[in-house]
Design a protein around this ligand. Structure first.
Ligand SMILES: Cc1ncc(COP(=O)(O)O)c(C=O)c1O
Length: 385
């Protein structure tokens, strides 16, 4: 039998389509090359206008964690108080990051699988003067999406001077967010819903955030300093740190694909696809960690059906043999289920292939499902498209 190709269904990196791969395979040119400079300028301008950003957009070599650190570094100074709203592992990641920077940290935590409310945020923010608040749009450890619009509305009305930092690593370009909702720093990276290989940190900063950065004077960071990068983002023929030429071309192709689909349709498509896939998995007896209204459109955590006999490591190894790479759950969810990404440039073939592999893995692991039951439910949804 010929080797089954791998479907990368972890919650990032996500599948990279051929036309994006082609950009990464191009002959690398000098970063001062006129063609490249024009391409870089265009991608930054597109990101700014597409996300309705009145400030600046940044594309920097690095991962999502750099983007998190960069967000905090540019809108807070040592001694400031920051409220970290967390509903999972990646929300918590801000805690040490902020403590290490000498910030006074308070947390608002939701139990895994649930989320805090804008009202709880408002109460916490009203108790003390905060410089910034962090929110994780979709926490990849729980598959839960926060009510971002409602949070932004509350922030705009009640706490307009508190910098709102949104970690949209597992959301941007897959779950709806717009800078003009009142977000100050929105951050993500290339390997999630943009469908590019890992390697780029992507941020948007509002005019207010850029002004906040200016008011801080010199900050300890250099590579992560907005002020160092703003001249480059506005005129990429200038130099600060070597730009990852091929990755920026790859992002440009991703942005082209997103524009072709349209962001509104892309967000709607993610919701529909997630719904169809979950319906298929539920038909096989799996249940999701998040309740229906809190389920992220970009990834899902599927708990193993009770009595199925499915054992996590063995099941995921079998699933990988069947061609689908999935991720294990973290912390309290470890062993109970697995994480599957369905964000970015995911098409019908990918979804059908993934569901079919899940069914084979179930059967091969001794969980007696009716073959085609999950596929049937998924197909019923996809056939509506
Ligand atoms: C919500 C969230 N924030 C931050 C990160 C960290 O991103 P990276 O692994 O690219 O540094 C991740 C990674 O999966 C994430 O899911």
């Amino acid at each position: 039998m010929i080797k089954t190709p791998k479907l990368v269904m972890i919650p990032g990196p996500t599948p990279v389509v051929r036309s994006i791969q082609d950009q990464m395979a191009r002959e690398t040119v000098a970063f001062g090359d006129a063609g490249f400079v024009a391409d870089f300028k265009e991608v930054v301008a597109d990101l700014k206008s597409m996300w309705r950003c009145d400030g600046e957009a940044f594309v920097i070599a690095g991962s999502g964690t750099l983007a998190m650190e960069m967000a905090v570094a540019n809108v807070t100074k040592r001694g400031d108080s920051v409220l970290i709203c967390s509903h999972g592992f990646f929300g918590d990641r801000f805690i040490d990051m902020c403590k290490n920077k000498g910030l006074d940290v308070d947390t608002l935590k939701a139990e895994w699988g649930t989320v805090y409310t804008p009202e709880q945020m408002d109460a916490a923010l009203s108790a003390k003067k905060y410089a910034a608040v962090t929110v994780t749009h979709v926490d990849t450890s729980t598959g839960v999406v926060v009510p971002l619009k409602a949070i932004c509305d509350m922030m705009k009305k009640k706490h307009p001077d508190v910098m709102l930092i949104v970690d949209a690593v597992a959301a941007a370009a897959g779950a709806e967010s717009w800078m003009d909702w009142g977000i100050d720093v929105l951050l993500t990276c290339s390997q999630k819903a943009f469908g590019v290989a890992p390697g780029l940190a992507i941020l948007w900063a509002s005019k207010q955030a850029v002004e906040k950065r200016r008011s801080l004077g010199t900050i300890p960071e250099s590579y992560a300093d907005f002020e160092r990068w703003i001249p480059i983002m506005n005129d990429p023929s200038k130099y600060w740190g070597t730009p990852p030429v091929n990755m920026i071309w790859a992002l440009k192709e991703s942005v082209r694909i997103i524009k072709e689909e349209g962001l509104d349709e892309r967000y709607a498509r993610h919701i529909r696809q997630a719904g169809y896939f979950v319906a298929g998995m539920e038909a096989l007896g799996f249940r999701t960690a998040a309740s229906k209204e809190l389920r992220a459109p970009t990834l899902t955590i599927f708990f193993y059906p009770e009595g199925s006999g499915l054992e996590d490591a063995a099941f995921r190894a079998k699933l990988a043999e069947e061609g689908v790479q999935s991720a294990g759950c973290l912390a309290g969810f470890a062993g109970k289920g697995f994480r599957l990404g369905h964000m970015g440039n995911i098409d019908k073939h990918i979804l059908v292939g993934a569901m079919a592999a899940v069914e084979r893995a179930c059967l091969k692991c001794g969980y007696k499902i009716e073959p085609g039951k999950g596929l049937g439910a998924l197909q019923a949804g996809l056939a509506k498209e």
